[in-house]
Design a protein around this ligand. Structure first.
Ligand SMILES: NC(=O)c1ccc[n+]([C@@H]2O[C@H](COP(=O)([O-])OP(=O)(O)OC[C@H]3O[C@@H](n4cnc5c(N)ncnc54)[C@H](O)[C@@H]3O)[C@@H](O)[C@H]2O)c1
Length: 320
């Protein structure tokens, strides 16, 4: 596993993964394939050793380019996707293209050259749970996606599973909950609130703010992916969460408190159509089978560090 091809490696989780892997394994060489959509920027990879990281700007739907890059790699880690639910309601076509056709293109190249693939998925494929239930999703839960984003991610997961079953592709999947931490675009819930406050605007809350998300620090997600690459059983899926369930209203209240704002200093806006109510994951499999142990289990501490990061890295989010 010396040469890694990382799709979407200039986006939020991809950037954190590239930085983590370079730090933990000094023999690894990385090629990032990224279209550099609005969600990413090449500066995210600034300061990394050029002898070990190469950025190729291109589309995962470009079969010739993907073929060339997969041919010369040992393992593909597939993050690239359109990821914002609101955008998927306005422009579903690019989600079908990047998330479905893009994944198909990666799969075909991996099949041709018999390369190991790790596919990064989301708990949104399962749909949502009632707010007041104690049920959690696991690897066996049925898929019931709600938005064009989650439907195209679900479709991509099915493609990966079909390539495993039909063609014997060596692939693993991770299905993770909501991530937070550095390098996340400010369109997403936590950085949106932080950057609005830092730029003198009021933060905004969708609907009644009761929607519950299972928050995981991005560093724990990338550690889980690395663990799956090292120890995971090819053909297996692993659900990754840290029991970090909090309502959006509670998370916003913490951000306001940490940033020294009054608890009512925000605006409520109309809810997103089809807004999922609650996500929650049961990570027993990755814990028991691979020994996964999250390190960032204190959410408020991780949130405070994330706020500091956005304060200290204004160039990351200003003028975007
Ligand atoms: N953010 C979360 O909370 C979360 C949780 C679970 C799973 N995931 C999954 O993790 C992956 C990464 O998510 P993220 O939050 O880092 O997203 P992101 O939007 O920050 O990054 C996505 C990256 O993919 C690139 N990309 C998009 N379309 C492309 C294309 N056609 N060709 C090449 N590159 C393309 C973008 O330029 C960007 O760098 C996604 O597959 C997402 O579904 C995200």
């Amino acid at each position: 596993m010396r040469r890694l091809l990382i799709t979407g490696g200039a986006g939020f989780i991809g950037t954190n993964f590239v930085r983590y892997v370079l730090g933990i394994d000094h023999s690894v060489e990385i090629t990032v394939l990224d279209l550099l959509t609005y969600a990413s920027q090449k500066e995210n990879l600034q300061g990394l050793p050029v002898s070990r990281v190469r950025l190729v700007v291109g589309d995962i739907c470009d079969a010739q380019l993907v073929d060339e890059l997969v041919k010369e790699t040992d393992v593909v880690v597939h993050f690239a996707a359109e990821t914002h639910v609101d955008n998927s309601l306005k422009q579903p076509g690019i989600f079908v293209s990047s998330n479905l056709v893009g994944t198909f293109t990666i799969l075909e190249a991996c099949r041709k050259y018999n390369k190991r693939l790790h596919h990064v998925s989301t708990d949104e494929v399962f749909g949502d749970l009632p707010i007041d239930s104690t049920e959690r999703f696991n690897e066996e839960s049925p898929y019931q996606p709600s938005s064009p984003y989650s439907a195209t991610k679900a479709g991509a997961d099915f493609l990966v599973r079909a390539w495993i079953r039909s063609f014997g592709l060596m692939a693993t999947l991770s299905i993770c909950s909501n991530n937070y931490g550095p390098y996340q675009h400010q369109e997403k819930f936590i950085p949106q609130q932080i950057t609005r406050i830092l730029s003198g605007q009021k933060p905004v809350l969708y609907g009644n703010g009761k929607n519950v998300r299972d928050w995981i620090h991005v560093e724990d997600h990338v550690r889980a992916i690395w663990l799956i690459l090292k120890k995971g059983r090819p053909s297996d899926s692993y659900v990754v969460g840290v029991n970090g369930e909090h309502s959006n209203r509670w998370v916003l209240a913490q951000i306001l408190r940490i940033m020294g704002k009054a608890s009512d200093d925000y605006e409520e806006v109309a809810d997103r159509p089809g807004h999922d109510l609650r996500y929650a994951l049961d990570s027993s499999k990755i814990t028991d089978a691979l020994g996964f142990e999250p390190k960032n289990t204190e959410f408020v501490k991780g949130l405070t560090q994330t706020i500091e990061w956005y304060d200290q890295h204004r160039a990351f989010w200003q003028n975007r």
